[in-house]
Design a binder for this molecule. Structure first.
Ligand code: SF4
Length: 276
């Protein structure tokens, strides 16, 4: 049951009220992911969600929906859920959630726009990379073109999202190429924030098995830093976008606004590479 689940949430939502919506991951096949391996996917019934809401402080201003990808519950249930939140927490101005390219593809622009107007204001999406060969290797369920298409849909619906990337994911000697292609993907739509994570190999994952068999060689630290540097170099956002590497997995913790802080960020990475 969802009440015993380990709850995952973005570091920006550390102080946000959490509302359980799904348990486990409906996909659960990304080779690097260990988060929900032993959890059976299920949706939390609306009745249970309403009970959770009844225990919330009436003046709550922000809610984070928990679960790997709450948008899998579909438009009708998501609409009912947002209406319930509004009914019990009338001062809540922002509902945030994880989402996947796969789940967003099940919604029309009009539906996403309705959800936005009902209070869904921020999604966290794991794009990971813009390279199709790497997406396939990592067994992500989308291609780069699908990611661009869904991201543009969200832009049309005015639904903001943070794009999460993972450097190191392309393997040894592939980091710079990965950064160039990923930046080119990101340049095609508007992200609220670009968040990087460093590839971390967890025990029991398929990626760990691939490394043991020699099917994947993780890049060294310096190559990962060069990958971040190349990413910043090639990012040309259409409007001001926060670039944030402060997630705990990162080798270097920097944060700034692109494009205006590009040189500052690049200098910080260069200095860090020289010091190490
Ligand atoms: S990375 Fe996300 S979509 Fe992939 S298995 Fe993990 S929770 Fe599911």
């Amino acid at each position: 049951m969802y009440k015993e689940d380990t709850v995952f949430y973005p570091q920006d939502e550390m102080t946000t009220v959490l509302l359980p919506v799904t348990s486990g991951c409906s996909y659960n096949k990304c080779v690097f992911c260990s988060m929900y391996k032993d959890v059976k996917y299920c949706e939390v019934p609306l009745h249970d969600i309403e009970i959770e809401l009844l225990h919330c402080y009436t003046y709550t201003e922000k809610i984070f929906l928990t679960g790997a990808d709450p948008l899998t519950i579909g438009f009708k249930k998501m609409k009912l859920l947002l209406e319930l939140i509004h009914k019990h927490l009338p001062y809540c101005a922002c509902v945030a959630s994880y989402a996947s390219i796969r789940s967003i593809s099940g919604y029309t622009v009009e539906e996403l726009s309705i959800l936005h107007d009902l209070g869904l204001r921020l999604l966290y999406i794991g794009f990971e990379t813009g390279r199709d060969d790497v997406l396939r290797l990592m067994n992500k369920s989308h291609s780069a073109n699908e990611a661009i298409e869904q991201a543009k849909k969200l832009n049309d619906a005015r639904l903001s999202f943070n794009s999460i990337l993972m450097y190191g994911i392309a393997g040894k000697d592939e980091g710079v190429k990965n950064a160039v292609i990923t930046a080119k993907m990101l340049n095609q739509f508007i992200s609220n924030k670009i968040i990087t994570m460093n590839l971390t190999v967890f025990f029991g994952t398929e990626l760990n098995n691939m490394i043991k068999k020699g099917d994947f060689v993780p890049p060294h630290r310096k190559e990962r830093l060069l990958e971040i540097h190349t990413l910043v170099e090639y990012l040309e956002p259409k409007q001001s976008t926060i670039f944030d590497t402060t997630h705990p997995t990162n080798i270097i913790k920097i944060k700034g606004i692109l494009p205006q802080d590009k040189n500052l960020l690049l200098n910080k990475i260069e200095n860090y590479i020289q010091e190490k």
